[in-house]
Ligand binder design. Structure first.
Ligand code: HEC
Ligand code: HEC
Length: 254
């Protein structure tokens, strides 16, 4: 087990460092010009609807505890965070999960990560964090580092493992076929610099979970449920690869 951890640890270092040496490009770089300008046009950008709704909910439900939404700007780029307490084992929480936790403080309802309220708040928070550098930290307690590292290892392994009826690994598209057209999309290096996204093919907004699940479904693999530990581990790994890149805020995709 130890030996396997070391090998996978080495693999992560290789993946992270080989990327550090090549140019790291945001998914925005792979958009056609008309979508690039749509992203910058506040009046026409469909995400403005979610952003406005998010600000309205913030003022009604979140402000009393947190103050101005911009006070959380630096925290947005640090998710997924490792959360632990004395009674439960540590686990990864992403921004949408945390929004759901806080929404439950204001009502008894259960909130799905793809619900309009969660996506609206996520969009508004993401928008205030534009330009912040992505910064992922491990758990504060040393004793939990191994558990956190195991999540990184798990994701690094998924990233290079072939799966689905098409028998393809993440790396085969996102490292080896960058810039190549796949149906209506152009494959990017899968840095995570701008979520939630409004995807034209969805005609609505979606979180990183929805995007990752679409990649599983694209290779006809078993799709992990929204919020599953596997998706959180992948988000951690992908954000670690994106460390130091500036946050684009909510983004338009094909
Ligand atoms: C068959 C090729 C293929 C495979 C395999 C694949 N993806 Fe994707 N992925 C795409 C395409 C196409 C897109 C949309 C265009 C883009 O942004 O790259 C995408 C988008 C993404 C994005 C969003 C990037 C952005 O800026 O919007 C992430 C993150 C991502 N994939 C991660 C993964 C992970 C993790 C895996 C493995 C579990 C995976 N992908 C497997 C084709 C693939
Ligand atoms: C009753 C007080 C309260 C309300 C209302 C509240 N929160 Fe929170 N929020 C907290 C506390 C306490 C934390 C610290 C983490 C925890 O205990 O969940 C937190 C943490 C957060 C964080 C992570 C901050 C960090 O530095 O990691 C985000 C993001 C957040 N809240 C968003 C929201 C949103 C969005 C709303 C409105 C739906 C909201 N909160 C409403 C109390 C509140």
């Amino acid at each position: 087990m130890k030996r396997r951890l070391v090998i996978i640890g080495g693999l992560i270092l290789f993946l992270v460092s080989s990327i550090a040496h090549s140019q790291r490009l945001s998914g925005n770089t792979f958009l056609p010009p008309e979508l690039m300008s749509l992203g910058k046009d506040e009046a026409a950008n469909p995400l403005s609807l979610w952003n406005d709704q998010g600000h309205a909910i913030w003022e009604a439900k979140c402000q009393e505890c947190h103050g101005k939404i911009s006070s959380l700007a630096t925290t947005v780029v640090q998710f997924p965070k490792w959360i632990s307490n004395s009674t439960s084992q540590g686990r990864l929480l992403n921004l949408e999960d945390q929004i759901g936790v806080c929404l439950s403080r204001t009502s008894t309802q259960k909130w799905s990560n793809e619900s309009n309220e969660v996506l609206a708040l996520s969009t508004a928070l993401s928008d205030t964090a534009k330009g912040q550098k992505i910064r992922i930290e491990g758990p504060k307690a040393k004793s939990e580092h191994e558990a956190w590292q195991e999540q990184m290892n798990l994701a690094a392994k998924i990233y290079v493992t072939r799966q689905g009826r098409l028998n393809l690994a993440c790396t085969q598209c996102h490292d080896q076929k960058i810039g190549i057209q796949l149906r209506s999309d152009v494959i990017s290096p899968a840095f995570v610099t701008g979520f939630p996204i409004y995807r034209q093919s969805w005609q609505t907004a979606g979180s990183i979970d929805r995007r990752l699940r679409a990649c599983y479904s694209g290779v006809q693999a078993l799709v992990p449920p929204s919020g599953s530990p596997e998706l959180r581990a992948l988000e951690l790994f992908l954000k670690k690869r994106s460390e130091g890149m500036p946050w684009d805020g909510p983004s338009i995709r094909r």
